[in-house]
Design a binder for this molecule. Sequence first.
Ligand code: CO
Length: 160
Amino acid sequence: MSPLSVRNPHEDDKNDEVSADAGETIGSLLTEIDHIAIAVNDLGAAIDNYRETFGAIVEHREVVDSDGVEEALLKVADSYIQLLTPTRDDSPVAKYLVNKGEGLHHVGYRVDDCAAALEAVKAQGHRVLDEAPRPGSRGTTVAFVHPKAICGTLIELVEE
Ligand code: CO
């Protein structure tokens, strides 16, 4: 864990048992911001825009067939900006772009144990989009929490 990590201020120590203790607050399950995902119409143009404006460089590109998206990850400290574009019309991101246009799509919160974090969310009675963890990009394990569940933001729990 890097000292640059975004820590929960309520988490005083780096006790490895935090993630296993799902009965505690959900906040203590979050270890870092994994990524900020931004839906874009033209991935190449968005990459150029970020490079020209901020000098941000793509570290990883991947097509995630299960989600119908192609993503480009731009590293910022220990987190990523994830530029996301649909690869097919029935992709949730395609629908998002039609309805809302380009912009913030979801936030990825890094967790030590995706299954434990997901169970903690469900135990609070919150609606989830993934009943069980599944493969994400970069070999991660992920699960999405419904945006209506927690403060109007689509949340992705990401275990590296
Ligand atoms: Co994501």
